[in-house]
Design a protein around this ligand. Sequence first.
Ligand code: G3I
Length: 300
Amino acid sequence: MRGRFYGAAVRADHILQDADYRAALVRECLVLVPELVLKWAHVEPQEGNRNFQDMDVIAALAFQSKLKLRGHTLLWHKSVPVWAEQRLTADRGWAPIESHIEATVTRYDGVVGEWDVVNEPIDPWLRSDGLREGIFLQAFDEKYIHRALRQARKLAPKSHLLINEYGLEYDDDADRKRRFHFLKLLERLCYADVPLDGVGLQSHLELEKGPFRENVYARFLQQIADLGLKITITELDVKEWDYTLSVERRDQRAADAVRALLSVVRDQPALRGITSWGLIDRYSWLGVTASDLARYPNAW
Ligand code: G3I
């Protein structure tokens, strides 16, 4: 896919411990994404006491090897430090978020080219507007997204600013609803002239959910592009289903799922690039779970 980037989510501890992994990252990737260490709860577990050491390990490798960085992520409901959640609940003031965004974006300005400013703002099940219930929405309504993007733009005017979302690929009820609410949110943001450059589509594929409907997904991508937004595939990976097959058949099924997605996204001119959620199976967050084991009780 000429003109588009490929990269992967990485962990600082693996970079430090595993020379083969480090070499593979440099060989395969143009872009690195921190899988864990730039999230708010990791960076600032106690107020004002920030740990950027782990992110600096990743930034150093990127600098030495002339790779770019994606910043994942400034605001995510699953990574709000306990102290910040308490403050936001108590006084609904923007100050903790402001100082978090300022410290993080400023430190990596000129180094991080693309920011996931808001991660996973959609939850299709509870509210009619499809916005996720949680501390950010409670304290600031939808305006938290506007404020975060405006602040990020001010601090890093040259960075590409995204909203990153999951569960948008398949033609089932949940994904259809998420696509609908995500597009509505994007329309409102564009109408309000909020500085949003693009979207991140996480793309955690699940073999349980297939088949993938190419025309449905292609139309969704085009609707995003029609709003003038760019597209990054941000967390591509495949959750397998039938672990009892031979390794070759399992690999084939995972490859087929990725090929089906890529055959659609590569034809969309708004696509900037793709990062997978990890580079190698050894360090994937997707392990075999207890319910995977229970599915084939006699096969193990
Ligand atoms: O490293 C510690 C280990 O020392 C400890 O014993 C163990 C006990 O729970 O936890 C380990 O840390 C875990 C870490 O992954 C490393 O494995 C954390 O508990 C766990 O919460 C963390 O999960 C990460 C998750 O985000 C939350 O930060 C996943 O690795 C990471 O892949 C996942 O990434 C998210 C994206 O940010 C957003 N989109 C979905 C994606 C997958 O869930």
